[in-house]
Design a binder for this molecule. Structure first.
Ligand code: FAD
Ligand code: MLT
Ligand code: ZN
Length: 476
Protein backbone atom coordinates (compact mmCIF):
# COMPACT_ATOMS: atom_id res chain seq x y z
CA UNK A 1 0.00 0.00 0.00
CA UNK A 2 2.85 2.39 0.81
CA UNK A 3 4.45 1.52 -2.52
CA UNK A 4 1.18 2.62 -4.16
CA UNK A 5 1.28 5.93 -2.31
CA UNK A 6 4.91 6.55 -3.26
CA UNK A 7 4.04 5.81 -6.88
CA UNK A 8 1.08 8.19 -6.71
CA UNK A 9 3.23 10.93 -5.15
CA UNK A 10 5.93 10.42 -7.79
CA UNK A 11 3.29 10.79 -10.49
CA UNK A 12 2.28 14.13 -8.95
CA UNK A 13 5.66 15.79 -8.29
CA UNK A 14 7.89 13.96 -10.72
CA UNK A 15 10.81 11.55 -10.44
CA UNK A 16 13.54 12.96 -8.22
CA UNK A 17 11.18 14.87 -5.94
CA UNK A 18 10.14 11.91 -3.81
CA UNK A 19 13.00 10.88 -1.54
CA UNK A 20 13.24 7.60 0.33
CA UNK A 21 15.81 5.77 2.48
CA UNK A 22 19.06 7.56 3.40
CA UNK A 23 18.08 10.65 1.41
CA UNK A 24 15.39 11.41 4.00
CA UNK A 25 17.77 11.53 6.99
CA UNK A 26 18.35 15.31 7.03
CA UNK A 27 14.58 15.91 6.90
CA UNK A 28 14.00 13.49 9.79
CA UNK A 29 16.52 14.95 12.27
CA UNK A 30 15.68 18.13 14.15
CA UNK A 31 18.03 21.13 14.39
CA UNK A 32 18.83 20.44 18.04
CA UNK A 33 19.73 16.82 17.21
CA UNK A 34 17.30 15.58 19.82
CA UNK A 35 14.93 13.67 17.55
CA UNK A 36 15.86 11.13 14.92
CA UNK A 37 12.57 10.29 13.22
CA UNK A 38 11.94 8.10 10.21
CA UNK A 39 9.96 9.21 7.17
CA UNK A 40 7.98 7.02 4.83
CA UNK A 41 9.24 9.45 2.21
CA UNK A 42 9.94 13.14 1.65
CA UNK A 43 7.85 14.74 -1.07
CA UNK A 44 8.94 18.03 -2.62
CA UNK A 45 6.09 19.64 -4.59
CA UNK A 46 6.81 22.55 -6.90
CA UNK A 47 3.41 24.28 -6.95
CA UNK A 48 0.27 24.82 -4.87
CA UNK A 49 -1.66 22.49 -7.13
CA UNK A 50 0.92 19.76 -6.50
CA UNK A 51 0.68 20.35 -2.73
CA UNK A 52 -3.11 19.95 -2.97
CA UNK A 53 -2.76 16.71 -4.94
CA UNK A 54 -0.19 15.37 -2.46
CA UNK A 55 -2.49 16.14 0.47
CA UNK A 56 -5.41 14.42 -1.29
CA UNK A 57 -3.31 11.34 -2.08
CA UNK A 58 -2.11 11.07 1.53
CA UNK A 59 -5.65 11.61 2.85
CA UNK A 60 -6.95 8.85 0.57
CA UNK A 61 -4.25 6.52 1.89
CA UNK A 62 -4.86 7.61 5.52
CA UNK A 63 -1.20 8.66 5.84
CA UNK A 64 -0.27 11.68 7.94
CA UNK A 65 1.84 14.60 6.76
CA UNK A 66 4.53 16.66 8.46
CA UNK A 67 4.88 20.02 6.66
CA UNK A 68 8.48 21.23 6.70
CA UNK A 69 10.27 24.43 5.72
CA UNK A 70 13.89 25.03 6.75
CA UNK A 71 13.72 22.52 9.64
CA UNK A 72 15.16 25.06 12.09
CA UNK A 73 12.29 24.72 14.57
CA UNK A 74 13.38 24.21 18.16
CA UNK A 75 10.41 22.28 19.63
CA UNK A 76 10.47 18.94 17.80
CA UNK A 77 7.58 19.85 15.51
CA UNK A 78 9.05 19.70 12.01
CA UNK A 79 10.30 16.11 11.75
CA UNK A 80 8.39 12.82 11.46
CA UNK A 81 7.96 10.45 14.37
CA UNK A 82 9.83 7.14 14.46
CA UNK A 83 7.05 5.05 12.89
CA UNK A 84 8.28 5.34 9.31
CA UNK A 85 4.66 5.94 8.30
CA UNK A 86 4.60 9.74 7.96
CA UNK A 87 5.21 11.75 4.81
CA UNK A 88 7.39 14.84 5.12
CA UNK A 89 6.02 17.55 2.83
CA UNK A 90 8.94 19.86 2.14
CA UNK A 91 8.02 23.31 0.80
CA UNK A 92 11.59 24.25 -0.10
CA UNK A 93 11.07 24.06 -3.88
CA UNK A 94 8.30 26.63 -3.68
CA UNK A 95 10.11 29.96 -3.44
CA UNK A 96 8.74 32.06 -6.30
CA UNK A 97 7.78 35.69 -5.88
CA UNK A 98 4.20 36.08 -7.05
CA UNK A 99 4.06 39.90 -6.87
CA UNK A 100 5.62 42.99 -5.41
CA UNK A 101 3.26 45.95 -5.05
CA UNK A 102 5.22 49.04 -3.94
CA UNK A 103 2.13 51.24 -3.66
CA UNK A 104 0.34 48.70 -1.49
CA UNK A 105 3.61 48.01 0.40
CA UNK A 106 3.24 44.25 -0.05
CA UNK A 107 5.19 41.28 -1.32
CA UNK A 108 3.42 38.03 -2.21
CA UNK A 109 5.79 35.12 -2.08
CA UNK A 110 5.68 31.33 -1.83
CA UNK A 111 6.08 29.64 1.53
CA UNK A 112 9.39 27.88 0.86
CA UNK A 113 11.28 31.13 0.25
CA UNK A 114 14.15 31.42 2.74
CA UNK A 115 13.67 34.41 5.04
CA UNK A 116 17.01 35.99 4.06
CA UNK A 117 15.92 35.87 0.41
CA UNK A 118 12.60 37.55 1.25
CA UNK A 119 14.59 40.29 3.02
CA UNK A 120 16.88 40.69 -0.03
CA UNK A 121 13.97 40.81 -2.50
CA UNK A 122 12.24 43.49 -0.48
CA UNK A 123 15.47 45.46 -0.12
CA UNK A 124 15.96 45.35 -3.91
CA UNK A 125 12.49 46.83 -4.24
CA UNK A 126 13.60 49.72 -1.98
CA UNK A 127 11.86 48.62 1.22
CA UNK A 128 12.54 46.70 4.42
CA UNK A 129 11.13 43.33 5.45
CA UNK A 130 11.44 43.69 9.20
CA UNK A 131 11.53 40.06 10.34
CA UNK A 132 14.96 39.00 11.52
CA UNK A 133 16.19 35.97 13.45
CA UNK A 134 19.33 33.92 13.89
CA UNK A 135 18.10 31.16 11.58
CA UNK A 136 17.21 33.56 8.73
CA UNK A 137 19.73 31.97 6.35
CA UNK A 138 17.76 28.70 6.35
CA UNK A 139 14.29 29.13 7.85
CA UNK A 140 11.42 29.74 5.42
CA UNK A 141 8.61 32.25 5.36
CA UNK A 142 6.10 29.37 5.65
CA UNK A 143 7.87 28.13 8.79
CA UNK A 144 7.94 31.67 10.19
CA UNK A 145 4.20 31.94 9.65
CA UNK A 146 3.46 28.45 10.96
CA UNK A 147 5.34 29.29 14.19
CA UNK A 148 4.47 33.00 14.30
CA UNK A 149 8.18 33.67 14.69
CA UNK A 150 9.38 36.68 16.66
CA UNK A 151 13.04 37.62 16.40
CA UNK A 152 14.88 40.81 17.13
CA UNK A 153 12.70 43.63 15.75
CA UNK A 154 9.38 42.82 17.38
CA UNK A 155 9.55 45.89 19.63
CA UNK A 156 8.93 48.04 16.61
CA UNK A 157 7.37 45.85 13.93
CA UNK A 158 5.62 43.01 15.77
CA UNK A 159 5.68 39.23 15.23
CA UNK A 160 5.29 37.47 11.86
CA UNK A 161 1.53 37.58 12.42
CA UNK A 162 1.62 41.38 12.43
CA UNK A 163 3.43 41.43 9.09
CA UNK A 164 1.01 39.12 7.29
CA UNK A 165 -1.93 40.45 5.29
CA UNK A 166 -3.01 37.28 3.51
CA UNK A 167 -2.38 33.56 3.06
CA UNK A 168 -2.84 30.79 0.56
CA UNK A 169 -3.41 27.48 2.34
CA UNK A 170 -3.99 23.88 1.29
CA UNK A 171 -6.56 22.43 3.66
CA UNK A 172 -6.47 18.94 5.18
CA UNK A 173 -8.83 17.64 2.50
CA UNK A 174 -6.70 19.04 -0.28
CA UNK A 175 -8.65 22.19 -1.20
CA UNK A 176 -6.89 25.48 -1.86
CA UNK A 177 -8.00 28.51 0.17
CA UNK A 178 -6.90 31.63 -1.68
CA UNK A 179 -6.78 34.32 0.99
CA UNK A 180 -4.00 36.33 -0.60
CA UNK A 181 -5.85 39.65 -0.56
CA UNK A 182 -3.36 42.30 0.47
CA UNK A 183 -5.93 44.19 2.51
CA UNK A 184 -5.33 46.08 5.72
CA UNK A 185 -8.99 46.07 6.61
CA UNK A 186 -11.39 43.19 6.00
CA UNK A 187 -14.14 42.33 8.43
CA UNK A 188 -15.98 39.70 6.43
CA UNK A 189 -16.43 37.17 9.20
CA UNK A 190 -13.82 35.04 10.95
CA UNK A 191 -10.23 35.93 10.11
CA UNK A 192 -9.00 32.55 8.88
CA UNK A 193 -5.47 33.85 8.34
CA UNK A 194 -4.93 34.15 12.07
CA UNK A 195 -6.09 30.57 12.62
CA UNK A 196 -3.34 29.18 10.39
CA UNK A 197 -0.59 31.52 11.64
CA UNK A 198 1.07 29.86 14.62
CA UNK A 199 -0.73 26.53 14.08
CA UNK A 200 2.57 24.67 13.48
CA UNK A 201 1.37 22.71 10.46
CA UNK A 202 -1.57 21.14 12.31
CA UNK A 203 -4.44 22.91 10.51
CA UNK A 204 -3.29 23.45 6.92
CA UNK A 205 -0.26 23.74 4.65
CA UNK A 206 0.71 27.36 4.00
CA UNK A 207 1.76 27.68 0.35
CA UNK A 208 2.07 31.47 -0.12
CA UNK A 209 1.63 34.72 1.78
CA UNK A 210 1.14 38.45 1.24
CA UNK A 211 3.48 40.24 3.62
CA UNK A 212 3.87 43.88 4.58
CA UNK A 213 6.94 45.82 3.48
CA UNK A 214 7.94 48.96 5.39
CA UNK A 215 10.00 51.99 4.36
CA UNK A 216 13.75 51.61 4.85
CA UNK A 217 14.93 53.76 7.76
CA UNK A 218 17.31 56.61 6.93
CA UNK A 219 19.71 55.40 9.60
CA UNK A 220 20.16 52.54 12.03
CA UNK A 221 22.26 52.78 15.16
CA UNK A 222 23.34 49.95 17.40
CA UNK A 223 24.79 50.10 20.90
CA UNK A 224 26.14 47.46 23.27
CA UNK A 225 25.98 48.22 26.97
CA UNK A 226 26.96 46.51 30.22
CA UNK A 227 24.28 46.90 32.88
CA UNK A 228 24.53 46.28 36.64
CA UNK A 229 21.25 44.39 37.14
CA UNK A 230 17.97 43.32 35.58
CA UNK A 231 16.24 46.20 37.32
CA UNK A 232 18.68 48.52 35.56
CA UNK A 233 18.00 46.80 32.24
CA UNK A 234 14.28 47.35 32.70
CA UNK A 235 14.82 51.00 33.64
CA UNK A 236 17.02 51.40 30.55
CA UNK A 237 14.21 49.95 28.43
CA UNK A 238 11.73 52.44 29.86
CA UNK A 239 14.17 55.29 29.18
CA UNK A 240 14.75 54.04 25.63
CA UNK A 241 10.99 53.98 24.98
CA UNK A 242 10.73 57.51 26.32
CA UNK A 243 13.66 58.96 24.35
CA UNK A 244 13.55 56.97 21.13
CA UNK A 245 9.79 56.41 20.96
CA UNK A 246 8.91 54.36 17.89
CA UNK A 247 12.53 54.48 16.69
CA UNK A 248 13.39 51.80 19.27
CA UNK A 249 13.72 48.68 17.12
CA UNK A 250 15.49 46.09 19.24
CA UNK A 251 16.29 45.58 22.90
CA UNK A 252 18.13 42.34 23.60
CA UNK A 253 19.41 41.05 26.93
CA UNK A 254 22.32 38.65 27.41
CA UNK A 255 23.59 37.34 30.74
CA UNK A 256 27.26 36.78 31.49
CA UNK A 257 26.95 32.99 31.15
CA UNK A 258 25.51 33.32 27.63
CA UNK A 259 28.35 35.61 26.57
CA UNK A 260 30.97 33.45 28.30
CA UNK A 261 29.90 30.57 26.01
CA UNK A 262 30.22 32.76 22.91
CA UNK A 263 33.64 33.93 24.12
CA UNK A 264 34.69 30.31 24.74
CA UNK A 265 33.55 28.85 21.41
CA UNK A 266 34.03 31.87 19.13
CA UNK A 267 36.89 33.93 20.68
CA UNK A 268 37.48 35.68 17.32
CA UNK A 269 34.13 37.46 17.76
CA UNK A 270 35.69 39.51 20.59
CA UNK A 271 32.63 39.91 22.80
CA UNK A 272 32.71 43.44 24.28
CA UNK A 273 32.14 44.39 27.94
CA UNK A 274 30.90 40.96 28.99
CA UNK A 275 33.00 40.80 32.15
CA UNK A 276 31.95 44.26 33.32
CA UNK A 277 28.52 43.36 34.65
CA UNK A 278 26.03 40.51 35.06
CA UNK A 279 24.16 41.46 31.87
CA UNK A 280 24.74 43.20 28.57
CA UNK A 281 22.02 44.87 26.52
CA UNK A 282 22.06 45.34 22.75
CA UNK A 283 19.91 48.26 21.61
CA UNK A 284 18.97 49.32 18.12
CA UNK A 285 17.26 52.46 16.89
CA UNK A 286 15.94 53.10 13.38
CA UNK A 287 15.57 56.72 12.43
CA UNK A 288 13.50 58.11 9.59
CA UNK A 289 15.42 61.46 9.53
CA UNK A 290 19.19 61.01 9.42
CA UNK A 291 22.25 59.37 10.94
CA UNK A 292 23.10 62.61 12.79
CA UNK A 293 19.61 62.82 14.27
CA UNK A 294 19.75 59.20 15.39
CA UNK A 295 23.19 59.63 16.93
CA UNK A 296 22.13 62.72 18.91
CA UNK A 297 19.13 60.87 20.34
CA UNK A 298 21.15 57.76 21.10
CA UNK A 299 24.04 59.60 22.76
CA UNK A 300 21.63 61.59 24.91
CA UNK A 301 19.91 58.38 25.97
CA UNK A 302 23.17 56.71 26.95
CA UNK A 303 24.44 59.80 28.81
CA UNK A 304 21.25 59.90 30.85
CA UNK A 305 21.42 56.17 31.48
CA UNK A 306 24.99 56.53 32.76
CA UNK A 307 24.04 59.45 35.00
CA UNK A 308 21.31 57.28 36.50
CA UNK A 309 23.82 54.42 36.85
CA UNK A 310 21.73 52.15 34.65
CA UNK A 311 24.67 51.54 32.33
CA UNK A 312 28.22 50.67 33.43
CA UNK A 313 29.83 51.10 30.03
CA UNK A 314 28.73 51.31 26.41
CA UNK A 315 29.95 51.15 22.82
CA UNK A 316 28.08 52.60 19.87
CA UNK A 317 28.76 50.94 16.52
CA UNK A 318 30.64 53.34 14.23
CA UNK A 319 29.82 51.55 10.99
CA UNK A 320 27.35 49.13 9.45
CA UNK A 321 30.02 46.42 9.74
CA UNK A 322 30.48 47.07 13.47
CA UNK A 323 26.72 46.93 14.01
CA UNK A 324 26.60 43.68 12.07
CA UNK A 325 29.42 42.25 14.23
CA UNK A 326 27.55 43.11 17.43
CA UNK A 327 24.40 41.42 16.16
CA UNK A 328 26.46 38.43 15.08
CA UNK A 329 27.64 37.99 18.68
CA UNK A 330 24.05 38.08 19.90
CA UNK A 331 22.90 35.61 17.25
CA UNK A 332 25.77 33.23 18.08
CA UNK A 333 24.49 32.38 21.56
CA UNK A 334 22.26 29.54 20.31
CA UNK A 335 25.17 28.08 18.32
CA UNK A 336 27.57 28.46 21.26
CA UNK A 337 25.08 26.63 23.45
CA UNK A 338 24.82 23.83 20.89
CA UNK A 339 28.62 23.65 20.66
CA UNK A 340 28.80 23.29 24.45
CA UNK A 341 26.37 20.34 24.32
CA UNK A 342 22.68 19.50 24.26
CA UNK A 343 20.80 21.75 26.63
CA UNK A 344 17.46 22.69 28.09
CA UNK A 345 15.60 25.55 26.37
CA UNK A 346 12.67 27.74 27.34
CA UNK A 347 11.19 30.58 25.35
CA UNK A 348 9.00 32.14 27.98
CA UNK A 349 7.31 35.52 28.18
CA UNK A 350 6.37 37.54 31.23
CA UNK A 351 5.10 41.02 31.99
CA UNK A 352 8.34 43.01 31.66
CA UNK A 353 7.86 44.53 35.12
CA UNK A 354 7.94 41.08 36.73
CA UNK A 355 11.05 39.74 35.00
CA UNK A 356 13.61 40.74 37.67
CA UNK A 357 11.67 39.01 40.46
CA UNK A 358 11.00 35.95 38.28
CA UNK A 359 14.68 35.58 37.42
CA UNK A 360 15.87 36.08 41.02
CA UNK A 361 13.48 33.43 42.35
CA UNK A 362 13.94 30.95 39.52
CA UNK A 363 17.75 31.27 39.50
CA UNK A 364 17.79 30.58 43.25
CA UNK A 365 15.44 27.58 42.96
CA UNK A 366 17.46 26.01 40.13
CA UNK A 367 20.82 26.53 41.85
CA UNK A 368 19.35 24.79 44.90
CA UNK A 369 17.95 21.98 42.73
CA UNK A 370 21.19 21.33 40.87
CA UNK A 371 24.33 23.03 42.20
CA UNK A 372 26.63 24.09 39.37
CA UNK A 373 23.82 24.38 36.79
CA UNK A 374 24.74 27.02 34.20
CA UNK A 375 21.80 29.32 33.49
CA UNK A 376 22.05 30.85 30.05
CA UNK A 377 19.55 33.66 30.11
CA UNK A 378 19.15 35.91 27.09
CA UNK A 379 16.54 37.14 24.69
CA UNK A 380 14.14 39.79 23.64
CA UNK A 381 13.71 41.78 26.85
CA UNK A 382 11.93 44.53 24.93
CA UNK A 383 9.12 42.02 24.29
CA UNK A 384 9.23 40.44 27.76
CA UNK A 385 10.54 37.26 26.09
CA UNK A 386 13.45 35.38 27.69
CA UNK A 387 15.35 32.36 26.50
CA UNK A 388 15.80 31.05 29.99
CA UNK A 389 18.04 28.13 29.07
CA UNK A 390 20.18 25.75 31.08
CA UNK A 391 23.46 24.00 30.40
CA UNK A 392 24.93 21.08 32.36
CA UNK A 393 27.23 21.77 35.30
CA UNK A 394 30.81 21.65 34.01
CA UNK A 395 31.45 18.23 35.51
CA UNK A 396 28.26 16.60 34.11
CA UNK A 397 27.84 14.97 30.70
CA UNK A 398 25.38 16.99 28.59
CA UNK A 399 23.07 14.15 27.45
CA UNK A 400 22.84 12.79 31.00
CA UNK A 401 22.01 16.30 32.23
CA UNK A 402 19.12 16.60 29.77
CA UNK A 403 17.86 13.07 30.37
CA UNK A 404 17.95 13.33 34.17
CA UNK A 405 17.09 16.97 34.82
CA UNK A 406 15.11 18.52 31.94
CA UNK A 407 11.76 17.56 33.41
CA UNK A 408 12.32 18.95 36.91
CA UNK A 409 14.02 22.12 35.60
CA UNK A 410 10.98 22.67 33.37
CA UNK A 411 8.64 22.20 36.30
CA UNK A 412 10.38 24.90 38.32
CA UNK A 413 10.56 27.31 35.39
CA UNK A 414 6.98 26.82 34.20
CA UNK A 415 5.54 26.92 37.72
CA UNK A 416 7.16 30.30 38.24
CA UNK A 417 6.19 31.51 34.76
CA UNK A 418 2.59 30.68 35.60
CA UNK A 419 2.81 32.29 39.04
CA UNK A 420 4.23 35.49 37.54
CA UNK A 421 1.52 35.67 34.87
CA UNK A 422 3.58 34.54 31.87
CA UNK A 423 3.43 32.14 28.91
CA UNK A 424 5.41 28.91 28.44
CA UNK A 425 6.03 29.75 24.79
CA UNK A 426 6.57 33.22 23.39
CA UNK A 427 8.25 32.24 20.12
CA UNK A 428 9.16 28.68 19.31
CA UNK A 429 5.73 27.13 19.78
CA UNK A 430 4.63 23.85 21.34
CA UNK A 431 5.62 21.15 18.82
CA UNK A 432 5.84 17.80 20.55
CA UNK A 433 8.27 19.09 23.17
CA UNK A 434 5.73 21.00 25.24
CA UNK A 435 2.43 19.37 24.22
CA UNK A 436 2.01 17.50 27.54
CA UNK A 437 2.78 20.70 29.43
CA UNK A 438 0.26 22.88 27.60
CA UNK A 439 -2.94 21.63 29.34
CA UNK A 440 -1.40 22.50 32.71
CA UNK A 441 -0.96 26.13 31.78
CA UNK A 442 -3.92 26.87 29.49
CA UNK A 443 -7.48 26.90 30.67
CA UNK A 444 -9.67 23.82 30.00
CA UNK A 445 -11.94 26.04 27.90
CA UNK A 446 -9.05 27.19 25.73
CA UNK A 447 -7.83 23.60 25.31
CA UNK A 448 -11.32 22.43 24.35
CA UNK A 449 -11.72 25.20 21.78
CA UNK A 450 -8.35 24.31 20.25
CA UNK A 451 -9.33 20.62 20.07
CA UNK A 452 -12.60 21.55 18.35
CA UNK A 453 -10.82 23.73 15.81
CA UNK A 454 -8.41 20.88 15.07
CA UNK A 455 -11.30 18.40 14.68
CA UNK A 456 -13.21 20.76 12.39
CA UNK A 457 -10.29 21.57 10.10
CA UNK A 458 -8.52 18.19 10.14
CA UNK A 459 -11.12 15.55 11.04
CA UNK A 460 -8.83 12.68 10.01
CA UNK A 461 -5.97 14.06 12.16
CA UNK A 462 -3.60 13.87 9.22
CA UNK A 463 -1.75 17.17 9.51
CA UNK A 464 1.21 17.01 11.90
CA UNK A 465 -0.68 14.85 14.42
CA UNK A 466 0.51 14.90 18.01
CA UNK A 467 1.98 18.38 17.64
CA UNK A 468 0.57 21.23 19.74
CA UNK A 469 -2.24 18.97 21.00
CA UNK A 470 -1.85 15.54 22.49
CA UNK A 471 -3.59 13.06 20.16
CA UNK A 472 -5.86 11.25 19.70
CA UNK A 473 -8.58 13.84 19.54
CA UNK A 474 -11.58 13.69 21.75
CA UNK A 475 -14.54 15.17 19.92
CA UNK A 476 -16.61 16.90 22.57
P1 FAD B 1 10.40 24.31 10.27
O1 FAD B 1 11.38 24.10 11.36
O2 FAD B 1 10.59 23.52 9.04
O3 FAD B 1 8.92 24.02 10.84
C1 FAD B 1 8.49 24.61 12.03
C2 FAD B 1 6.99 24.26 12.24
O4 FAD B 1 6.20 24.86 11.21
C3 FAD B 1 6.69 22.76 12.14
O5 FAD B 1 5.63 22.47 13.02
C4 FAD B 1 6.25 22.58 10.70
O6 FAD B 1 5.38 21.47 10.53
C5 FAD B 1 5.54 23.89 10.41
N1 FAD B 1 5.64 24.34 9.02
C6 FAD B 1 6.78 24.69 8.35
N2 FAD B 1 6.45 25.15 7.12
C7 FAD B 1 5.10 25.10 7.02
C8 FAD B 1 4.17 25.45 6.01
N3 FAD B 1 4.57 25.95 4.84
N4 FAD B 1 2.85 25.25 6.25
C9 FAD B 1 2.42 24.75 7.44
N5 FAD B 1 3.27 24.41 8.43
C10 FAD B 1 4.59 24.59 8.23
N6 FAD B 1 12.36 31.54 16.38
C11 FAD B 1 11.85 32.74 16.75
O7 FAD B 1 10.63 32.90 16.80
N7 FAD B 1 12.67 33.78 17.06
C12 FAD B 1 14.01 33.68 17.02
O8 FAD B 1 14.71 34.65 17.32
C13 FAD B 1 14.58 32.44 16.62
N8 FAD B 1 15.91 32.29 16.53
C14 FAD B 1 16.43 31.10 16.14
C15 FAD B 1 17.82 30.98 16.02
C16 FAD B 1 18.38 29.77 15.63
C17 FAD B 1 19.86 29.65 15.50
C18 FAD B 1 17.54 28.66 15.34
C19 FAD B 1 18.11 27.35 14.90
C20 FAD B 1 16.17 28.79 15.44
C21 FAD B 1 15.60 30.00 15.84
N9 FAD B 1 14.22 30.16 15.94
C22 FAD B 1 13.70 31.36 16.31
C23 FAD B 1 13.31 29.03 15.66
C24 FAD B 1 12.98 28.81 14.14
O9 FAD B 1 13.96 29.33 13.33
C25 FAD B 1 11.66 29.44 13.80
O10 FAD B 1 10.64 28.74 14.48
C26 FAD B 1 11.33 29.45 12.29
O11 FAD B 1 10.18 30.25 12.12
C27 FAD B 1 11.07 28.07 11.72
O12 FAD B 1 11.06 28.15 10.30
P2 FAD B 1 11.40 26.86 9.40
O13 FAD B 1 11.14 27.18 7.98
O14 FAD B 1 12.74 26.33 9.73
O15 FAD B 1 10.26 25.85 9.92
C1 MLT C 1 17.07 33.45 19.72
O1 MLT C 1 16.39 34.42 20.04
O2 MLT C 1 18.28 33.55 19.45
C2 MLT C 1 16.44 32.08 19.68
O3 MLT C 1 15.04 32.19 19.61
C3 MLT C 1 16.82 31.49 20.99
C4 MLT C 1 17.13 30.10 21.29
O4 MLT C 1 17.92 29.46 20.60
O5 MLT C 1 16.64 29.61 22.33
ZN1 ZN D 1 14.33 34.27 20.30
Amino acid sequence: MHADLIAALTAIVGEGHVLTGHATAEYATDWRQRLQGQALCVVRPGSTDEVAQVVRACAAAGVSIVPQGGNTGLVEGSVPDGSGRQVVLSLRRMHAVRAIDPDNLTITVEAGCVLQNVQALVQEAGFLFPLSLGAEGSCTLGGNLATNAGGTQVVRYGNTRDLCLGLEVVTADGQVWDGLLGLRKDNTGYDLRHLFIGSEGTLGVITAASMRMVPQPAAQLTAWTAVPSLDAANALLALAHQHLASALTGFELMNQQALALVDLHYPHLRVPLWQQGPFCVLLEASDSESEAHARTLFERLLELAMEKELVLDAVIAESVQQAHDLWHIRESITLAQAAEGVNVKHDISLPISRIPAFVAETDAALHALLPGIRLVNFGHLGDGNLHYNAQAPEDMEARAFVADHEECIGEVVYRNVHRFGGSISAEHGIGSLKREKLPHYKSPVAMQLMQRIKSALDPQNLLNPGRVLVGPRTDP
